[in-house]
Ligand binder design. Structure first.
Ligand SMILES: NC(=O)c1ccc[n+]([C@@H]2O[C@H](COP(=O)([O-])OP(=O)(O)OC[C@H]3O[C@@H](n4cnc5c(N)ncnc54)[C@H](O)[C@@H]3O)[C@@H](O)[C@H]2O)c1
Length: 260
């Protein structure tokens, strides 16, 4: 199939959306398919992955849904095996899964801390390791991990910011190791994107988040998805270990209010 990802096999984790509308993972899976990739849509909730698969197939794209918990090593191995079993190879892993915690240093419980580290950071390690073992056999592949501008700006969300900063360190470390094997590893740091994940913040916060950026426009899942298409494509063949910030310029300002 033609397109910027034509002929490639991709896994998108968290390919569903937690609510009505378009999340980052769902948008990325749809764009990957539009650009010619065959996409394994992975989600803890299979019906969410199936919804994304339905949207892709309705456009004539190729996708399958798989239920997996990417905080579990066995599930990560099985999701990789499912992609290889279905399409014979794995070219792209897009690690989108992540959960929010809005608690600060004093409000964060140990359980909250452990949960966020497990879902937002350990999942990247387990999924990347499972995929890289298979990619290394063919000497090529691309892994992208979703971080956040929360990793780069001081504010109260302690566990979330720490986990997302960990994602950037993970990407640099693993990119250095996997480069000689032909595998690129990068991160995307989205800004205040309006997705189902943050819909509970309400309209006032939505407006504040939009207005705080130099561009003054609202980010959508598509914006993150297009960055993911670029990093997964051969256009980025010389790019590894990097973090692509997609935030309408938020991180070049000194305004932190938009993140709350
Ligand atoms: N919306 C924003 O403003 C923003 C900003 C920066 C970064 N991000 C990041 O974007 C990513 C989320 O994007 P989204 O819009 O797709 O979120 P979402 O919550 O709508 O969808 C994520 C999907 O992941 C699934 N999931 C959760 N835990 C899982 C697990 N353990 N195994 C498999 N699937 C699991 C959920 O069922 C859900 O369908 C996260 O990494 C988040 O931190 C979002």
């Amino acid at each position: 199939m033609a397109g910027r990802l034509g002929g490639k096999v991709a896994i998108v984790t968290g390919a569903g959306s937690r609510g009505p509308g378009l999340g980052n993972g769902k948008a990325t899976a749809i764009l990957f398919a539009r650009e010619g990739a065959r996409v394994l849509c992975v989600d803890l909730a299979k019906e969410r992955a199936e919804e994304t698969v339905g949207l892709i197939r309705a456009e004539g794209g190729e996708a399958e849904a798989v239920a997996a918990d990417v905080t579990r090593a066995a599930d990560c191995r099985e999701m990789v095996a499912a992609a290889v079993g279905r399409w014979g190879a794995l070219d792209i892993l897009h690690n989108n899964v992540g959960i929010e915690s809005r608690h600060d240093l004093f409000d964060t419980t140990e359980e909250d801390w452990d949960r966020v580290m497990t879902v937002d950071l350990k999942s990247m390690f387990l999924a990347t390791r499972a995929a890289a073992l298979v990619m290394a056999e063919r000497g090529r592949g691309s892994v992208t991990c979703v971080s956040s501008v929360a990793a780069m700006r001081g504010h109260g969300r302690t566990a979330y910011a720490t986990a997302k900063a960990g994602v950037i360190g993970f990407v640099r470390s693993v990119a250095a190791q996997l480069g000689p094997k032909g595998i690129r590893v990068n991160a995307i740091a989205p800004g205040a994107v309006w997705t189902p994940m943050v819909a509970g913040l309400g309209e006032a916060a939505r407006e504040r988040r939009r207005a705080a950026t130099p561009l003054g426009t609202e980010g959508e899942g598509w914006d993150v998805g297009w960055a993911a298409v670029y990093l997964a494509s051969d256009e980025a063949r010389w790019v590894t270990g990097q973090t692509l910030v997609v935030d309408a310029g938020l991180t070049i300002t000194t305004n932190n209010a938009s993140l709350r």
